[in-house]
Design a protein around this ligand. Sequence first.
Ligand code: COA
Length: 176
Amino acid sequence: MTIKILPLTPDTLSVLVEHFKRHRAESGLDGVHFMPFAPDDPNGPTGPSSDRPFWSLDTPGWQRWFCAHDTQSGHIVGHVDLKSDPLRTGVHWCHLGIGIDRVYRGQGLGEQLMQAAINFVKASPGIDHIELRVFANNTPAVALYKKMGFKEVGTLKDRFRIQGQSIDDTVMVLGI
Ligand SMILES: CC(C)(COP(=O)(O)OP(=O)(O)OC[C@H]1O[C@@H](n2cnc3c(N)ncnc32)[C@H](O)[C@@H]1OP(=O)(O)O)[C@@H](O)C(=O)NCCC(=O)NCCS
């Protein structure tokens, strides 16, 4: 199996959308949610925008996506996304999200995708901080973020209630 980590291009957007649909459907499957939506919530996560991934970095609202491509199947099997702060006064911050297809977890892809995102921010003048939110009971994700140097700044107790489950949400940051 050969996996390549590549930045999103217009040509691969539809393949990324397919991965994102699978990813969304996996949240909560084994009792551990990683997205703040119940499976039947019509207002689910929006996934990649069709144009924002290609906006310049001086336009608030830009996104960047890095994708793990399985070169045999042609599928995208993991992603990391960076989203700018929507306000001009906050553009020195961006927000990070990540997800790997279930059967591809535990093989180092999460770490490789995180490193691609961090390298991108390091090479982008004017972006000085990465922020993310993670459900406090999402042990694999919290461990990955700590391994990549993120620090916890606080936890919002009872932030979400999904199918009767109360979920604490932890804020983590990395200074670049
Ligand atoms: C969190 C996630 C991205 C990790 O990706 P991955 O490819 O499985 O992780 P890797 O194989 O690269 O592992 C890197 C590190 O992550 C941590 N980690 C990964 N899986 C773990 C597990 N099951 N338990 C504890 N730590 C784990 C470890 O620190 C590991 O380093 P190590 O191998 O030296 O111990 C993946 O589990 C995933 O997609 N989960 C569902 C989506 C999700 O939770 N997204 C984050 C929402 S905030």
